[in-house]
Design a protein around this ligand. Structure first.
Ligand code: MG
Length: 371
């Protein structure tokens, strides 16, 4: 599907007018429909997976591996998909659909289903603490104008994207006007270990964290950088599993984890990462891939678990879409929170006619993708 963004958003490939995704609907023989979302982009920029590879892997391998199977626990899904290596974004879509359908069948919200797989005391708070991410702007003044707007909307944590040449002066300029806001920077792998002395200058700005400064697959070099900085490093792109999380924390490569459930192939692995972070007393937060309603609802449910201790990159629907695939829209609440829907499963109603319209828009806007 393709769905218009309210404003062109910068993806890993460039400015995009449309959100693209593959929406998975899973129908059970008891009449439940579970929804999942594959957040692959058209180009292999954020991930090696694309809309094209995901359609191929979903239809040829992942869907057939589940069809006709009796599944009583969503954490059994990864084993059913294990004949396919990699492709976490595609796996996440079908696993999410199973989580949703099973939660409905068991009379649970998705948040309750997640908590049922954790020790007592990890029940959902009913809301997620959230913040907002701001892309690279031409000037510090323009960045400050957006920060002021987002703070006015009620977002309590600001994340700024940085890159070489757009980092220390940006942080200094923002701190001059906003000395006390919760402020973090995300480098999306734009630096190397040779930049360590430069990055250390960021320590004076009392940042909540510095996200993914070095290579997108690297853990080892981050373990050389973190001890040189007082700012806590958060790993995002290089954490693909609970094993990666354990390695990163035990090597001292980071002190915070950004969990994108799609990036780690789903909520089963996400729950493992959650447990590793709890064991290591490590702050955890949930990032996103600008999900549509069904994907955002599921991420919100996960982000409402109490081991998710820092504000998450989950914004209100209106920040991205004029009309979403589902209702009701997600709205920012006082205290920079978004409430988790209370219904069964993902708790929002997905409109199949909107999904079909978005699929038609995809075919119309990206005809060269239709094979
Ligand atoms: Mg990031």
């Amino acid at each position: 599907m393709a769905m218009p963004f309210v404003e062109n958003l910068r993806t890993s490939f460039g400015e995009e007018p449309f959100k693209t995704a593959i929406i998975a609907a899973l129908h059970t023989d008891e009449g439940f429909t579970g929804w999942g979302e594959c957040g692959a982009e058209i180009h292999p920029g954020y991930s090696y997976e694309t809309m094209g590879t995901s359609m191929h892997v979903l239809s040829e391998f992942l869907a057939p591996a589940l069809l006709g199977k009796r599944i009583s626990d969503a954490t059994d899904v990864p084993a059913l998909l294990s004949a396919t290596r990699g492709h976490p974004l595609a796996k996440h879509a079908v696993e999410s659909a199973v989580w949703d359908a099973l939660a409905q069948a068991n009379g649970q919200s998705l948040a309750q289903a997640f908590a049922a797989h954790l020790p007592a005391g990890h029940e959902s708070r009913g809301y997620a603490n959230v913040g907002v991410s701001i892309g690279i702007k031409p000037t510090v003044e323009e960045t400050l104008a957006v920060i002021t707007k987002r703070l006015g909307e009620g977002y309590g944590r600001i994340k700024l994207k940085i890159q070489p040449g757009w980092d220390v002066e940006l942080a200094r300029g923002v701190r001059k006007v906003y000395p006390d806001i919760l402020l973090m920077l995300d480098a999306n792998s734009a630096y190397t270990l040779a930049d360590a002395d430069h990055l250390k200058q960021l320590d004076e700005f009392n940042l909540l964290m510095l996200e993914q400064p070095l290579g997108h697959e690297d853990i080892y070099q981050h373990s050389k950088l973190q001890p040189q900085m007082t700012t806590r490093i958060c790993l995002d792109e290089s954490i693909l599993s609970a094993d990666d999380t354990r390695m990163a924390l035990e090597l001292g490569a980071c002190k915070i984890i950004n969990l994108k459930p799609a990036r780690v192939s789903g909520y089963t692995e996400s729950l493992e990462i959650y447990r590793v972070c709890v064991e290591h007393n490590t702050p955890l937060w949930v990032g996103g891939l600008m999900e549509t309603g069904p994907g955002r609802a599921a991420n919100l449910a996960f982000a409402s678990l109490p081991g998710v201790t820092l504000p998450c990159d989950i914004s209100a629907t209106s920040r991205y879409y004029a009309q979403d695939l589902s209702e009701p829209p997600f709205e920012l609440q006082p205290g920079s929170r978004i409430n988790v829907p209370t219904g069964l499963g993902i708790g929002v109603h997905v409109y199949e006619d909107r999904v079909r319209a978005a699929a038609a828009l995809w075919r119309e806007q990206y005809p060269y993708q239709q094979s």
